[in-house]
Ligand binder design. Structure first.
Ligand code: OFO
Length: 163
């Protein structure tokens, strides 16, 4: 069944939010690239790639439901940060914002009895829970390690392994 215009619009908005997240993560990576935390720079770049995938999945879904994809300009934020802890605090806020948008889209899909969109969005809802937790875990670890450069470098080393 062809997608309703109301749902098509909010899914297009969601594409915008996924790209917004993607470029925010890339911007956090470039900021960390100016520090010696190359592992966290890598982590942020990988998250940038994941967010691009999230946008692409939405793109494919809209087309699959015979809707039209509309892309809008993304403003790339610049972050004046020098530590991974600051980066993860920003990332956490971004994830919270994105979760709220996804929940909003889901609520509308429920209101419109759009069952395929509800099923499609389950993946995003779970993904957001996981991403918020990743940020919270890093915030906790980096806060505990913040006065110990050795511990920070060990965490950075782990972050470098993210593939
Ligand atoms: Fe797209 O998952 Fe986070 O924002």
């Amino acid at each position: 069944m062809q997608i309703d215009k109301v749902i098509e619009n909010v899914l297009n908005e969601q594409i915008y939010y996924e790209f917004k997240s993607a470029f925010a993560y890339l911007s956090l990576a470039t900021a960390l690239g100016k520090t010696h935390y190359a592992g966290f720079e890598n982590w942020m770049r990988k998250q940038y790639e994941e967010e691009l995938e999230h946008a692409k999945k939405l793109y494919d879904y809209i087309e699959e439901r015979q809707g039209s994809v509309r892309l809008t300009n993304i403003e790339i934020p610049q972050y004046d940060i020098t530590t991974p802890l600051e980066a993860f605090k920003i990332a956490y806020e971004l994830e919270i914002e994105n979760t709220k948008h996804i929940h909003g889209v889901y609520a509308l899909a429920v209101k419109n009895n759009d069952y395929p969109t509800q099923t499609f969005l389950h993946w995003y809802i779970n993904e957001q829970t996981e991403e918020e937790k990743n940020c919270q875990d890093y915030i906790a670890l980096l806060t505990a390690a913040k006065d110990c450069e050795g511990s920070l470098l060990m965490l950075d080393h782990e972050a470098k392994k993210r593939a």
